[in-house]
Design a protein. Structure first.
Length: 650
């Protein structure tokens, strides 16, 4: 008998040779039907692998990440089989599961595949799937494996096997198809009920552009047709919410090939939006004791040699700018921290002066390959809502908590509730990778862990994810597609104070090193606005909307009254414009809806006579308008603003 420990801690006895499927059966038939993958003692196994020793077993269904991985990995085998049958002579390379589906990189030789062929391939995959083939793992010697692919004249698989150790090579068989594989399959192909090819793209063998270009076929599969339909709808929604599309429609930002790739141009409405975000944060930061500083966009190369950035990013960054006569070398600023260290160094400080908190909306430049650029999320020039806090080690704990408060305030004011926090600590096995004393590291790590716990953050702890100079806390939010983005970050740093020889005089009259905190609640203005656009689909919180209301006149006759209403709204600090064009009201409303303007204020004869406005909300098609006075409308706007935007409390 062997003992099988389940994730809930319960231990069950079975005969040696029991399979994960049998264990599921012993719990319930329903579970056994849904189990599609398993892991035993941390290693992926097949659902029919006989278990011969005691150990811990985890059973996975489609709802688990591991279950999906097995599902998609197995589907990629079926795709490979279908492609091989449809296009004889093609050479298969690798086909892993990815976050959403899987791909297979194929050398199609004389064949080519385009979207016209997708339907044929999909039908073939589903036909094979319906035959309910089981996946069977078997070991092979290196010589056997090499001989098999030599016969197929497949140099890619041959190269893969050459790099494997004899005795570790396994194959997976299903139907008439065999592939080099490490295992982790669903019970049989029959549970693949929906399958779709998403796209084809070029991909170099092993990601190296010196190698042959292959065709990467992206696919996705599901256990139910309904799941595929929902997934495709989600993708459509994500397309509608794509910040690049919305940025254009709402006239927020643009790119110009003449100005250069990856360098966003902020249009008036986008600039106003940024400015509003900046003012919002500046106001909270002022309350939290930050001081604004301003530093130049370039710095001497030597500055970044001192900071260590040159050694780390120099080669990948922009090249130095040389002055014509003096032989000086400058770099575009990749980070604000070195400049802020030099601001700290302008004066001697005593422990009584600390903490010093320097904040700057600092624009930085980093080289990204043109292929990596993406809207506002991957750019070459961006503005960080940066700040550096210089404090004594004893102040670290409370300073860290204050920064968390500020980050949470920013998130709640902007309606981000779907976020999590990652505590990134040292890799305990590899302490030599990090600089600073053990004592300081422990202090800093404990400060972060305690602060996150005291603030009731939903956190995951990751060992080995700390920066070499200190631990950090990263805030992640999910966008419309369910992708995770890192926004705010708080980092503790012992490195730069050392490199820039920062000191303060302690109560013992000796010089000490301050600790430095880097923090940016937004991360960068560009990325933050991109995520905000995709999260809200352009329906920002009312306090942030570039235009909160538009006054639509029923005809040109009411121009004077419309202007009077505008004046009154301005007195109430409501941002509005007038649309007095000689257009039908229906058309004016439709255009205002596209612009996502929260309120449309319609004025005509009745309204002028009574000194009122007829209020229609964005997206309220079919509902009747509400007639009210300007004062009542101003109160309504204020109430709505107050719901999300609270005053920051220190
Ligand atoms: Zn496999
Ligand atoms: Zn910094």
């Amino acid at each position: 008998m062997i003992d099988i420990t389940l994730p809930d801690g319960s231990v069950k006895k079975f005969d040696a040779g029991v399979t994960p499927h049998d264990v599921a059966m012993s719990i319930s038939e329903g579970l056994a039907r849904n189990v599609i993958s398993a892991s035993f003692n941390g290693t992926t196994v097949e659902t029919k692998t006989p278990l011969t020793t005691s150990g811990s077993l985890i059973l996975f269904t489609w709802n688990d990440k591991e279950g999906k991985k097995a599902f998609w990995h197995s589907s990629s085998h079926v795709l490979a089989q279908a492609l091989q049958e449809l296009y004889p002579g093609i050479k298969l390379t690798i086909g892993p599961a990815i976050d959403n589906g899987f791909y297979y990189d194929v050398d199609f030789g004389d064949h080519s595949v385009s979207d016209k062929d997708f339907k044929t391939i999909e039908d073939k995959v589903l036909a094979i799937a319906r035959e309910k083939h089981e996946f069977t793992m078997r070991s092979a010697t290196k010589a056997e494996a090499l001989a098999m692919y030599a016969a197929e004249e497949n140099p890619y698989k041959t190269e893969l096997i050459t790099n494997l150790e004899d005795g570790t090579i396994t194959f997976c068989d299903h139907a008439t198809f065999t592939d080099l594989c490490r295992g982790g399959h669903i019970p049989n192909t029959g549970i693949i009920k929906a399958f779709k090819i998403m796209s084809v793209a070029g991909a170099y063998w092993r990601g190296d552009e010196k190698n042959k270009q292959l065709t990467r076929v992206y696919g996705i599969s599901f256990p139910k047709q309904k799941d595929l339909t929902e997934y495709l709808e989600l993708l459509e929604e994500a397309k509608r919410r794509d910040h690049r599309k919305l940025g254009k429609e709402l006239e927020l930002f643009a790119f110009s090939q003449k100005v250069g790739q990856g360098l966003p141009l902020w249009l008036p409405k986008g600039a106003a939006l940024r400015d509003r975000l900046e003012q919002f944060l500046k106001k909270a930061q002022k309350k939290a004791g930050y001081e604004q500083v301003v530093t130049p966009h370039i710095g001497q190369k030597e500055l970044y040699v001192t900071s260590g950035h040159y050694a780390k990013y120099g080669a990948d960054s922009f090249q130095p700018i040389h002055t014509p006569n003096e032989g000086e070398e400058f770099l575009l600023k990749p980070m604000n921290c070195p400049h802020h260290c030099e601001i700290y160094n302008t004066k001697p400080w005593s422990y009584k002066d600390l903490p010093k908190r320097y904040a700057e909306f600092g624009t930085v430049y980093r080289y990204e390959q043109s292929g990596e650029l993406h809207g506002l999320t991957r750019v070459r020039g961006f503005t960080q809502d940066d700040a550096h806090i210089f404090c004594t080690p004893d102040q670290l704990d409370s300073e860290f908590k204050k920064v968390i408060d500020l980050v949470l305030y920013v998130f709640s004011s902007l309606g981000f509730d779907n976020f999590s926090a990652q505590v990134s600590l040292r890799d305990k096995e590899n302490r030599e990778k990090y600089i600073g004393t053990d004592e300081n590291w422990e202090k800093a790590e404990n400060a972060i862990i305690n602060a996150a716990r005291d603030k009731n953050l939903d956190t995951v702890v990751e060992y080995g994810e700390a920066a070499f100079y200190g631990p950090k806390l990263d805030f992640m939010v999910k966008d419309a597609l369910g992708r995770q983005w890192q926004l705010g970050t708080i980092q503790v740093d012992y490195n730069l104070p050392e490199r820039f020889d920062l000191t303060y005089k302690g109560s013992d009259n000796e010089l000490h090193r301050p600790v430095m905190i880097h923090r940016a609640p937004f991360g960068s203005m560009e990325r933050f606005i991109a995520i905000l656009l995709e999260n809200t689909a352009g329906n920002f919180p009312l306090w942030l909307m570039p235009e909160q209301a538009i006054i639509l006149s029923l005809s040109e006759k009411y121009e004077n009254y419309a202007k009077k209403v505008l004046d009154l709204l301005e007195n109430h600090e409501i941002r509005a414009t007038v649309d007095n064009r000689n257009e039908t009201i229906g058309r004016k409303i439709r255009e205002a809806e596209v612009q996502k303007l929260p309120f449309m204020l319609i004025v005509g004869e009745e309204e002028e006579k009574n000194g009122t406005i007829s209020v229609r909300r964005h997206g309220d098609a079919g509902k009747s308008n509400q007639t009210m006075t300007i004062e009542a409308f101003a109160a309504l706007v204020q109430e709505e603003v107050d719901k999300t935007l609270k005053t920051f409390q220190v």
